[in-house]
Design a protein around this ligand. Sequence first.
Ligand code: KL2
Length: 560
Amino acid sequence: MNATTRLLTTLSVSNVFCRNIHSVLHQELKVAHMSEVPLKQLLLKNLRKSASAPEALFSTYVNLVDSISSPETHQEFAKTIMEPYLDSCFIPKDASPASTYDFPTASSSSVENSSENIAAIFSQEMDINRNSGQDDSFENKRLRDIQRYRAMRKWKRFGKLKQSVDPNDAFVLRLMSFNILAQSLLESHPYLYKEHDKEALHWKVRKYLITQEILQVEANVICLQEMQEAHLEEFLIPFRAQGYDYLYKKRTNDKDDGLLLLYRADQLVILDHLKVEMYQSGIEILSRDNVALVVKFALRENLETQIVIATTHLLYNPKRSDVRLGQTQILLSEIERLAFLENTMTGPKYLPIILSGDFNLEPNTGVYKFITQGQFTYQNKGRNLETQDYRLLSNLLIPPHLHVTDGCQHFNVLMQRLRGEGTGEVMLENRERGQKRLSEDASRAEELRVNGGTSQCQTIEIDDKHSVNFSSGTLTHPFRFRSVYKHKNRHGKPEATTNQGKWVTVDYIFFTEVEPLDKYSLPTADECNDLPTIPNYAVGSDHLCLAATFKVLKKKRSSL
Ligand code: KL2
């Protein structure tokens, strides 16, 4: 294990770091000298992201060390004054995990061996009953944690009666959503994992637990967030073997993780898909690297039966709910163009939609209300989308030159749909598709209709029945999303999907036009507090997974 890896996987390092801040500063300057990385920008970026200055400094240090890839530099680094006290945070090289965890066949300290042993332990399906009543060893405690976790995650039916589904009438679709915690993110925020079992943080151990839990749920569609690109190929192996195919979309720019959507290729066919980038150059509110996948599926056995499934991982920064709102507006406008079926007397008709992922926002906050109620006024709210008395948002959220209306529709798509005019081209840039925003000439033609340069509210009539708004201060969307989870148990205790200082819900499965049959129930925050902080030996990520089963009505084949 080289010095960098050791540094990054150290859990108590930030405590040590705080005690040795002078050495770190000295070291940071030394490493900065060896690196091409602009120290000031990096530090500023980390200050923005971190909860405290020491954490920012430590992240900067880690980033710097990580940026230096030559073995000589690592050697140089290994010789430095950091080493003695970093070493003290690690299991010594020759220490066997057997001494700590007493794995049945553990004989070496390699992670590979540890994970194989863990696999062996898990596959024996918990010797816990045999062991209980004997010594209260660490091993027994761990097995009890696994059992307690499993007891928390029962499948619960919607409604009292068991629904029977006639396969001639409906398809049973099970969807899972899971933020699996990219190892790179775990390693770049080591101060978050001080209290954890070190061994449970190795990617091999976490990958095993994550894969086991996903496969055991037997979903037809699996939406994963924080899939590290470098881990993708090895991660796919068991899923490929089970007949899953996939789409992957990395977050933009320098991020190395993204969204992985796996689907059962023997049951579902992809008719169309969008790899959505929220990043739009030169626009502050859309300057983050978050992405989404929007996929139009058909049943392989009945191609007329279609559904749109989308997943995303929105910005983390707890203070910038305005950014998450702008990102949601982009995402919903992309879902809108893929899910659109037809205009009817009562309004547009859409395919069934399931939208899932890590939205980094809590129930009943601004963006949640927008998604579930279809309307939200941001004007005169603070950046957290709550009322506050300074730095109020104006009527302008995302700029009109993107041609995304306040109703979450692409203006050009609407013009083509309703008037048969224009190219129907979307004005979002997309680096993966090499799609720039429309050239000046093309956009000038569009500007005749939408004044992209103004921040004034604009209303544009498309035909005698349809008009659209830009920068009105209020967003709407045409979908009636419901959440699978109600975020509280029957006693009113809040459920949780992750721990952000406290246990909270930030992951969701929203749906329209399908009938939920059952869900993989979530524990309450209080119940989560009874388990060792995740990731642990029962849960491989810092989020809990969500899953639900839906009844998708089959289209009757039109008889000739
Ligand atoms: O909460 V998350 O964790 O949905 O699992 O999504 C983000 C955060 C992820 C991608 O940005 O990285 C995590 N403190 C804690 N966690 C952070 C921080 C931070 N300062 N920055 C990013 N993440």
